[in-house]
Design a protein around this ligand. Structure first.
Ligand code: NAG
Ligand code: NAG
Ligand code: NAG
Length: 189
């Protein structure tokens, strides 16, 4: 079973949800799994899981522990890769968030998209106009049935398997890698 983190969840859910578009009724985004590679000194995500919510929807559920305050020495970047057939042949997709410090990401990215999931988590709520939110406080954060919403995916995005990778860096050293896997289908399933 996969693992993930508060920050990952946040940023990856943001990516999934951040591209408003016209509705395509036939499109479904199905969450498959989440994964943490390294970073155990930073995050304990063993209790965050992808669970079947109903016949067609899987959700991210559970409780993660952020073990340290994340100040501006922590940085993150997000990359997206695509596999048409799901055979582990991943191709980088030109959609990414360049590396920036965690605190900056909270006011520049997170703040404007938090409304999408904020009722389903106790992650920080950041008022509009906040100039600085630092550090991201350590603590126990829960998530309740968070699911990506297909209506935010632009129609040009191809069906297939998608992998979002968040890398966490500090002072030039990789701290941990967090991934979310999802499958995008179009038309009847
Ligand atoms: C992570 O949290 C779980 C549940 O709270 C605990 O059982 C486990 O020992 C923790 N893992 C580490 C590496 O601290
Ligand atoms: C997610 O967790 C909530 C509360 O802990 C629970 O009520 C719900 O059934 C869980 N969802 C799934 C899909 O297991
Ligand atoms: C499954 O749950 C999602 C989210 O609440 C909902 O949009 C969808 O219609 C449900 N699907 C079925 C088959 O009940």
């Amino acid at each position: 079973m996969g693992k993930s983190t508060v920050l990952t969840l946040t940023l990856l859910v943001i990516i999934f949800l951040s591209i408003p578009t016209s509705l395509d009724a036939g499109m479904t985004v199905q969450l498959e799994r989440i994964e943490q590679i390294g970073g155990e000194h930073l995050v304990n995500s063993t209790m965050v899981r992808v669970r079947k919510f109903n016949r067609t929807t899987f959700t991210m559920n559970g409780t993660g522990i952020l073990l340290l305050d994340l100040d501006e020495t922590y940085e993150a970047n997000v990359k997206v890769a695509y596999s048409r057939l799901g055979n582990n042949q991943w191709n980088e997709y030109p959609m990414k968030i360049g590396q920036k410090n965690a605190c900056q990401a909270m006011v520049e990215e997170y703040q404007q998209y938090q409304y999408v999931f904020i009722d389903n988590t106790n992650l920080p709520r950041i008022p509009e106009g906040t100039k600085r939110f630092c550090p991201i406080p350590k603590g126990t954060y829960w998530f309740r049935d968070i699911a990506p919403d297909a209506s935010f995916v632009p129609p040009v995005v191809p069906a297939g398997y998608w992998r979002m990778t968040l890398e966490s860096w500090r002072q030039g050293e990789l701290q941990g890698v967090f991934r979310v896997y999802a499958r995008l289908t179009k038309g009847l399933i």
